[in-house]
Design a protein around this ligand. Sequence first.
Ligand code: T4K
Length: 419
Amino acid sequence: MKTPKAEQIVKRHGGRESLLKTYRQKEPVMVTRPTMPQLAEYVRYLDGIWRRCWLTNDGELHRQLEAELALYLGIEHLSLFCNGATALLVALQALGVNGGEVITTPFTFPATTHVLHWNRVQPVFCDIEPDTFNIDPERVERLIGPDTCAILAVHVYGNPCNVERLEEIAHRHHLVLIYDAAHAFGVRLGDRSVLEFGHMSMLSFHATKVFSTIEGGALVSQSDADRRRVNCLKNFGIANEESVIGPGINGKMNEFQAAFGLLQLKTADTDIERRRLLVKRYRECLRGVPGIRVLNDIPGVRHNYGYFPILVDTETYGMSRDDLYCVLREFNIFTRKYFYPLVSHAPCYAGLPSAAPAKLPVAEKTASQVLCLPVFGTLSLQTVEVIARIIRLLGSAHGLSDHRDDVIHAPRDPAASRV
Ligand code: T4K
């Protein structure tokens, strides 16, 4: 065990060996794992690619995936990309956001902010809501100034932002509204896709996402004219063999990625349902653990369960988030502190007036407490139960709540609790 606190806890439970012997996982349990398609099916797609000798640039599989994804997601105008970050770069270019200020969240993956920087835009960090961890619309409005040209919001962990309120603010102030929907594959608000809101939304299809094309992403536009502009910009700005209509870039997805995506799409619903059951079990097993907070489903939202964040309150739980992270590693369980540190702490942004920690109290607190537990389609319910049991056990070890009868049971028969 790495930390003195962790050592103390383990001692109270009969020592390191006994605790680790019971609960240490034989194989590392990572925060996520892609659900791999059948290799034979992928090879069938490779056969076709070999026969056609068509590897990239709007190939047959690319076109098929674009059409099937649009249908699955329930949206009209979708453009595939080589990754999500490039898609977001292109969204800003396509919507003319290439100067001035953009109001955005600090509680995100650095890519969100970096694309602003690459477009010569100054990020203005806005605090987040305590219940969704998304940008707080009320605070957005207070940050709007003469140089503000857009809002770049993130549906963190796939939890939808307050889209109605953001739309209303953007409309009233004539601002572009872009969503980083990297985590929001398949998320729906009632009968609408979350991707229908704002001027454009970006999806990430990275290997760590609910739906993956190895590396990959997409932009969802709200009109065919915007989609055509995006498609031109992602292909060097080339309109046809003799005309370049703007300074574009290479954002194209290739046929190998598209083939992977076509197979992933076949199992996307099953995968999301498996994740739902795992998250449900986490919530059941962690219910009532003092100092551990979980997010619940939002009524009317179809979630994708791409992440399972918990918040660790050091005082009440009796151990800090960082100690818990270290102890879990000893058990071969690799959680992640998404999104700590806040992107506003990165040296390239820390000097901005809006990056001052005092201006971002909710984001600062959330980043210091958050821990994303493993969740992915091939994870077993039994592993979820063990992870939750370790967390429960370690909390109770501080005597804040006595769970002596909860201490060290042999894990249940794995076969009995497979998803
Ligand atoms: N906006 C937001 C809000 C984002 O979260 C992201 C990306 C983007 C924009 C940019 O989209 P992309 O341009 O990436 O499409 C990972 C991903 O690389 C990144 O895509 C993702 N967000 C971010 C949240 O997570 P890392 O640095 O944590 O990745 P890594 O390599 O540590 O992987 C995490 C775990 O996943 C590993 O511990 C094991 C597992 N894993 C990973 C890979 C790559 C696998 O099992 N297999 C794999 O192939 O960033």
